[in-house]
Design a protein around this ligand. Structure first.
Ligand code: PLP
Ligand code: COI
Length: 361
């Protein structure tokens, strides 16, 4: 499968584009082009087309509108010191995209084809990639069920779309976020779709997110559905807990039990923390251990991580049982160290020992 290049003939004037790229926000502006590919049960995947960004026209009976059969990815292209552009671990996103699709009976897109579409769009939109450290071109590939019909069955037609938006930090890195630990709503249960990056998981999280905002919190931390005590992840990020300080610190993250999204940032940090000389651990942490740990000082720092947010310190947690602050409530030393180390690899200012960067130009 190839990508047929049929780019926008009247892209945004470069002065205006540069203005948008200089203050990108997150998801505020979209680039001049997108990529679309079709799949059908009969013909399989068809060649993709890179074309002008614009609305999709769909029949109101298109299945995705009714049963939510949709998966997506989030990944970034970073500008490099020599003016080139690299993607960060795109094959990992491609593999997760295929796995997510399989979980909700959508077709698996071949890894090479997925990566090719992303590379082609980034090449086309090179003028849209911000240059500042911590900024990037955020790529949003998604796959929707496009059979027209109302019967509840796996769609025999699917449409892949890839869009791009210049992105600054999702959260202000200098500020720690506050999380609401939801004891009322769960994000995912064993046997469900927690491991898949499907839109339905996010729809299910929005009411808790609204509650968090009412409680003055930025994000929601979810606990497990069965025992209702084990900390899993946030609505759009994985969590890390740091025990101890200095080089004796242990960097711990909740283990992947089948209900958490296996974050690519999470996975990268497990390797990076070891490179920086820290011990790492994938285990379980209960809300009581979180509360007692920050109170006793055993837990010194907490952070959330994901593609959009990179790394954000968690300054305080609030739940029906009260509020607990982490350390002095500000981003900690190790959190900042890991964040800087990760960004340095992504932006090509530190050696890429693990071959994570894929050069596009
Ligand atoms: N958990 C959830 C629910 C997410 O939506 C995301 C974001 O993609 C993550 C974790 C972090 O994953 P990644 O680091 O691959 O972006
Ligand atoms: C990402 O980090 O890419 C995400 O998908 C999180 C959120 C924006 C949904």
């Amino acid at each position: 499968m190839k990508v047929i290049n049929n780019p926008n003939k009247s892209p945004l004037a470069s002065v205006e584009r540069d203005q948008r790229v200089s203050e990108p926000g997150f998801g505020k502006y979209y680039t001049d082009n997108m990529v679309i590919a079709q799949w059908s049960e009969v013909d399989g995947w068809q060649d993709a087309e890179l074309k002008a960004y614009g609305p999709l026209t769909l029949d109101p009976a298109t299945m995705v509108f009714h049963y939510g059969q949709e998966v997506f990815e989030g990944m970034k292209a970073y500008s490099q010191p020599d003016g080139g552009i690299s993607l960060f671990r795109p094959e990992a996103n491609a593999k997760r995209f295929a796995k997510s699709a399989a979980r909700i009976a959508l077709p698996e897109m071949p890894v090479d084809f997925f990566v090719k579409t992303v590379e082609e769009l980034v090449k086309q939109e090179k003028g849209w990639v911000p240059k500042k450290i911590g900024e990037s071109l955020y790529l949003r590939p998604f796959l929707i069920a496009t059979e027209v019909g109302l019967g509840v069955r796996p769609s025999n037609h699917a449409t892949y779309v890839l869009i791009a938006t210049p992105a600054a930090a999702y959260f202000n890195a200098a500020k720690a976020v506050t999380v609401w630990i939801s004891t009322e709503y769960v994000r995912a249960a064993l046997g469900g779709t927690g491991e898949a990056k499907c839109g339905g998981n996010y729809a299910a999280s929005l009411l808790a997110q609204k509650q968090a905002a009412q409680e003055g919190c930025d994000q929601v931390a979810y606990i497990d559905a069965k025992e209702r005590k084990w900390v899993e992840e946030m609505g759009g990020m994985n969590l890390y807990f740091i025990k101890g300080s200095g080089k004796d610190a242990t960097i711990m993250t909740p283990k992947l039990t089948g209900t958490l999204l296996p974050g690519i940032t999470r996975d990268s940090i497990l390797t990076l923390a070891k490179d920086l000389g820290y011990k790492t651990e994938e285990s379980m942490i209960s809300i009581d251990q979180w509360r007692d740990g920050v109170k006793s000082g055993e837990i010194t720092e907490i952070f959330a991580c994901g593609t959009a947010a990179v790394i954000s310190a968690v300054g305080a947690a609030k739940s029906a049982q009260g509020t607990w602050q982490t350390g002095d409530g500000k981003p900690g030393v190790i959190t900042n160290e890991i964040r800087a180390a990760l960004l340095a690899i992504q932006h090509g200012t530190a050696p890429d020992k693990h071959g994570w960067n894929k050069r596009v130009i």
